[in-house]
Design a protein around this ligand. Structure first.
Ligand SMILES: Cc1ncc(COP(=O)(O)O)c(C=O)c1O
Length: 358
């Protein structure tokens, strides 16, 4: 039986994307490949109407973590004083990356699931000790959508640059590209864009790519990728089949009405799931108003372990996701990204009734 993926990426694919991935064999040194690459660069910038004179979409092979790693290692000068905003696994991953690469950083930590302390952020930036902030937009650990407009505004007020992990929000949530503070956004093909894994991207201000920073990595060096891509070339073998899939996925996103329509759709599905679970006595872990459209977390149902819940739903053809770290025994997560039909939703409701309501 085909499973519907309700984990936060990779997502269930449309038939069009599944076919596109294997549509053709392409050599990455032929003009057909460079047409595809150009098309994707334009398509990615078009999603949020980013002006190509100011912004560059840089494609690279890898997962979401590669995009985060490429962003931090390529765009932070050696004398950076970074402040990382942590309220979940992915904020902590940004700190870990800074530590691995010897980037000087401080942490503004709140417990997983809590909102970033904006007052403390303003105080840190007013101290004059911070040059850059690294933040996660949608903290997938708990489903919290961090207040990125406010964070960007505080950064802009203090003339501090912002680097954003939007791996689980790019394509479905609002991103403050018009803020002068925002320098770069890390994303991936296999979440809200509905492509397949293996392709990462960083949407960067051109000025941030033009800084004179000694490379910290070879295969994750964004200026090298960007320079080659601008010349209809590529430094290394790219994720060609993932690119073919993304081209189709971007066409489908456009036809469906772009990121706003996708947000509306995800929100509707998330609301339906929450309503079904609530009828079965399962409570949301975070209020809907603080959750992303992409994913919500829920307390485990009384009398069921996560494994029982997971295995029961899997038997009905649905894959859900566990909590991470210390939250593993407390919550489960349901994402409504990907190709999920109304029929799938009706079947999910029945499956939940059967597994939780039994
Ligand atoms: C917000 C966020 N950042 C980064 C990542 C890491 O992505 P990957 O597992 O593809 O490396 C994820 C993965 O779920 C994520 O949700």
């Amino acid at each position: 039986m085909r499973s519907i993926l309700l984990n936060p990426g990779p997502v269930s694919l449309s038939e069009g994307v599944r076919r596109a991935v294997a549509r053709v064999d392409l050599c990455h040194r032929e003009p057909e490949f460079f047409d595809l690459q150009d098309q994707l660069i334009k398509g990615l910038l078009d999603i949020y109407q980013c002006d190509p004179a100011e912004w560059s979409a840089v494609l690279l092979g890898g997962s979401g973590t590669s995009a985060m790693e490429a962003m931090l290692t390529s765009l932070l000068p050696r004398d950076t004083q970074l402040l990382v905003l942590e309220n979940g696994v992915y904020g902590e991953r940004l700190s870990k990356l800074a530590s691995i690469y010897g980037i000087s950083y401080q942490v503004l930590h709140v417990p997983w699931g809590d909102a970033t302390d904006l007052g403390a952020l303003a105080e840190w930036l007013a101290s004059g000790k911070i040059t850059h902030v690294a933040a996660v937009h949608h903290e997938t650990t708990t489903g919290r959508l961090n207040k990125i407009d406010e964070i960007a505004a505080i950064c802009a007020q203090h003339d501090v640059q912002l680097l954003l992990d939007a791996v689980s929000s790019f394509g479905a949530e609002s991103i403050p590209f018009s803020s002068g503070a925002l320098q770069a956004v890390a994303a991936t093909a296999n979440k809200c864009l509905h492509g397949i894994p293996g392709l990462a991207m960083v949407i960067c201000r051109r000025a941030s790519l033009e800084q004179d920073i000694e490379p910290r990595s070879m295969s994750l060096h964004l200026p090298s990728w960007a320079e080659q891509q601008a010349k209809r070339s590529t430094p290394f073998t790219p994720a060609i089949n993932a690119m073919l899939g993304l081209a189709q996925a971007l066409q489908e996103l456009g036809k469906q009405g772009g990121w706003r329509a996708r947000r509306t759709r995800y929100r509707k599905l998330a609301k339906n799931v929450a309503a079904t679970l609530s009828k079965l006595g399962v409570q949301a872990w975070l209020p809907a108003t603080e959750s992303s459209c992409v994913l919500r977390s829920y307390h485990l149902p009384q009398g069921l372990t996560y494994n029982q819940l997971h295995d029961g739903l899997k038997q009905h053809g649905f894959i859900i996701y566990a909590g991470q770290g210390d939250l593993v025994g407390q919550l489960f997560r349901i994402s409504t990204m990907g190709e999920i039909s109304n029929y799938d939703m009706a079947r999910l409701e029945q499956a939940m009734q059967s597994v939780i309501g039994a």
